[in-house]
Write a protein that binds this ligand. Sequence first.
Ligand SMILES: *Cc1c(COP(=O)(O)O)cnc(C)c1O
Length: 397
Amino acid sequence: MSQESIESRFAPILAEREVAALTRRRPLATSAQTPEMQINGLQVVNFSSNDYLGLANHPKLKEALQSVDSLSYGSGAAHLVTGHHLEHHLLEDEIADWLGCERALLFSTGYMANLAVQQTLMQKGDWILADKLNHASLIDGARFSDADLKRYPHNDMQALEKRLKQAQAENRQCLIVTDGVFSMDGDFAPLDEIQALAKTYQAWLFVDDAHGFGAVGPHGQGTFEHFGLTPDDNTILMGTFGKAFGTSGAFVAGSEILIETLIQLARPYIYTTASSPINAKVTREALRLVQDADDARQQLQRHIQHFRDGAAQIGLTLWPSESAIQPIMIGDSQRALDWSDALKQQGYWVGAIRPPTVPKNTARLRVTLSASHTSEQIDGLLAALAQCADAFPSHSS
Ligand SMILES: *Cc1c(COP(=O)(O)O)cnc(C)c1O
C-alpha cells in the first residue's frame, strides 16, 4: 500500500467538517480580557469567557505584577529539579488552608492535573466511574490510566449505584469522577448523593471543580460548599486558576498521602517545567481577591437570575442551571452558528458550542455571566436574543 501524504489524509477530514458546520475558528482578541472587548475587529460585549468574578484584568493583579523584581519570568526547571519557587510553595499552602485540606499541589494546567490524578491513582483492574458529560480532559485522563473506564448517564445516581454494586461484588476499587459544575451545561453534580454513595461503597471521589472554585458557594469554596459538604480523606479536589481566579494553572487538593503520592509518581507533574513563579505570585493575589469577593458572588447570582427571567420571557430553551454557565439550546450546528453570527453583528460575543464538544444535535449557545457585567449589558444581550428568536423562528420546534 502506498504511503499517504498528510494532505491526502486530512484534507478530506477538514472538508467534511466544513460541510457539517463543525470547523473551529479562533476568535482573535486585540484588547484585554474584560466584558467589553475587541474580537475579530468587532467591538463586542463578551459573554463567552470564564472570568466569572472579573479578575483577569483586575488592577490588584496588575499591581502584584509590578512588584516582581526579585522573580524571574521563567522557572528554569521542573518542580523536582530547581523550578519549585517559594511563590509556588506559598500558593499551595494558602490553597490548602483556604479549603481546609492537608495539602495542595500546583499543576501548569487543569488538563495536566486531570491526566495526573487518574493515571497515578488508578491501577489495572480498578474502575473509573465517570459522568458521561465530564470535561474532555477527565475523559483523556481516564484513557491514559490502566483502569477500565465505565461511564454513567449524566447525573444518573441509579446507574452509578448499579456500577458500584457490581464493582463491590467483583472486589474492585472504584474512583468516581465528576465535574462539580458541568462546563457545557452549567448544572451541578448532586455531590450530596455522590458523596453518600462513595462512602457506602468505599469508592474514592474525584471532583473537577474548575467552574466551582471562586464562583460557587457563599465563600467561593466551590460545589462542596454549595452543598454544605466536607470532603473526606478519600476525596480528591481539582481546581483551575484560569476561570474565576483570572490567571492560569491548576491545583489538586486533598490528604497528605495523596499529594505526596502525586509528587513521587505523577508523570504530568514530574516531567514538565514548573509554571512561572510570577504567575504563582499573581495567583496568590487572585486568591486573596477570591476570598474577598462575597459581593461579586452575590452580584453574579443576581445576574444569573436576571438573565434566566429575561430568557424565559422570550421563550428560549434554557438548561436547569443555577451557575454562571447558561446554555441556550439550539440543536442544529449551522443554526447555532447563525445565531452566534447574528449576535456578534449586534455587538454580543456568544460562542456556538457544537459536537464533538457536546452530544450530536445539542448544539447550543453558551452564555457565561460575570460579576463584572452590568445589568444594562445583560438587557442588551436579551434584546439581541429576542431579535434572533424572531429572525430564526423554527428554534422552538
Ligand atoms: C477548563 C477546564 C479544565 C482544564 O483546565 P485548564 O487549566 O484550562 O487546562 C478542566 N476541567 C474543566 C471542567 C474545565 O472547565
